[in-house]
Design a protein around this ligand. Structure first.
Ligand SMILES: NC(=O)c1ccc[n+]([C@@H]2O[C@H](COP(=O)([O-])OP(=O)(O)OC[C@H]3O[C@@H](n4cnc5c(N)ncnc54)[C@H](OP(=O)(O)O)[C@@H]3O)[C@@H](O)[C@H]2O)c1
Length: 304
């Protein structure tokens, strides 16, 4: 990057936030904020945070991500996922800062045959998806220099995610029943953070030209798609050593056999063509991204 920006990472210790810290480590002055320093349900605290930090780039990796709990806490989900991004966008517009924000495949209802594109009409099935959609719309309404990356099935070496849950359950149980009728694009926090860094670098270097050329909403996932069941099988194929060879049996089930408070889309596979066409970035296929995440877990385990 040509000049050293001030980069405010909000939600800096969530799964994506931690990887953004890694990817942007040499990109400028990094300022990290998380729940212990700001409550994103409190608008005044958000404004104070941004004004004190005076960033040129805001990376918002924070969100209320508990999909099922959101059904019983809609006000908190809306505050963190819709109102907080709106305030971040207003603050960014006021100072000319760049706002990078993440959204979700759960804005879609799953009814499409084939991958969803950015111009498809959202129709969330749950409170989490509705709150994230409201966040997207609020940022777009404010305008300015913003990027919204809709991603899906995020996991990585840290945090609460499907990979780490499978490893924990794999140690505890002999067999697991996993849903085989929901399809999506598993995406590592590693790939998301590296792609974000590459795009932000391009913007700072002027590679994409004027803001009107690049500001907007993009789908950003690892390529390919899979069901949760097949993803679980792929995880256990790669983690035999981590589990000392004790791999559980994995059985496919229907969503109806695993009722949850929040409904989930059957097909939330996102097309990444706009990301590639406009910004020239492609994330790795989900299989090789999974290889890399498992490799990092292996290294972590050996260092522990
Ligand atoms: N995870 C997925 O599968 C997935 C899928 C699609 C899109 N996304 C999007 O990707 C982005 C990153 O997600 P992630 O998986 O990295 O999430 P994550 O690991 O749950 O991290 C979210 C961070 O936000 C913080 N946070 C939540 N409420 C807060 C509040 N009121 N005040 C301050 N901080 C608060 C959390 O703090 P605590 O840990 O203390 O709660 C956590 O550090 C989000 O925009 C998410 O919607 C995620």
């Amino acid at each position: 990057m040509s000049s050293k920006p001030r980069i405010l990472i909000v939600g800096a210790y969530g799964q994506v936030g931690r990887e953004l810290q890694r990817s942007f480590v040499d990109a400028g002055e990094i300022i990290t904020r998380d729940r212990d320093t700001v409550d994103l349900a409190a608008p005044d605290q958000i404004r104070t945070m941004v004004r004190d930090a005076a960033p040129t780039i805001i990376l918002n990796a924070a969100a209320y991500t508990a999909v099922d709990r959101a059904e019983s806490q809609p006000e908190v989900a809306m505050a963190v996922n819709a109102q907080a991004p709106a305030i971040l966008a207003e603050e960014a517009l006021r100072t000319g800062a760049l706002l990078v924000h993440y959204s979700t495949d759960y804005v879609f209802d799953g009814s499409k045959v084939g991958p969803w594109v950015e111009t498809d009409k959202p129709n969330p099935l749950n409170i989490y998806g509705s709150s994230k959609l409201a966040g997207e719309e609020a940022i777009q309404k404010v305008g300015g220099k913003y990027l919204i990356f809709r991603t899906s099935w995020v996991y990585g070496p840290h945090g609460q995610n499907f990979l780490l849950t499978m490893l924990r359950l794999g140690r505890e149980r002999e067999s697991l029943n996993i849903v085989d009728d929901q399809f999506g694009g598993p995406t590592t926090s590693i790939e998301l953070a590296d792609a974000t860094y590459s795009i932000v670098s391009g913007i700072l270097e002027g590679r994409f030209g004027d803001v009107s050329n690049w500001a907007g909403l993009y789908h950003m996932t690892c390529s390919g798609s899979v069901s949760w069941y097949s993803f679980a099988k792929a995880i256990f194929t790669r983690t035999q050593a981590l589990l000392d060879g004790k791999v559980p049996a994995v059985n496919p089930i229907h969503s109806s056999e695993y009722p949850t408070p929040a409904s989930r889309p059957h097909n939330s596979v996102l097309s990444n063509e706009k990301l590639y066409t406009v910004l020239g970035v492609r994330l790795a296929p989900w299989e090789s991204a999974l290889d890399e995440a498992v490799r990092r877990l292996d290294v972590q385990q050996k260092q522990a």
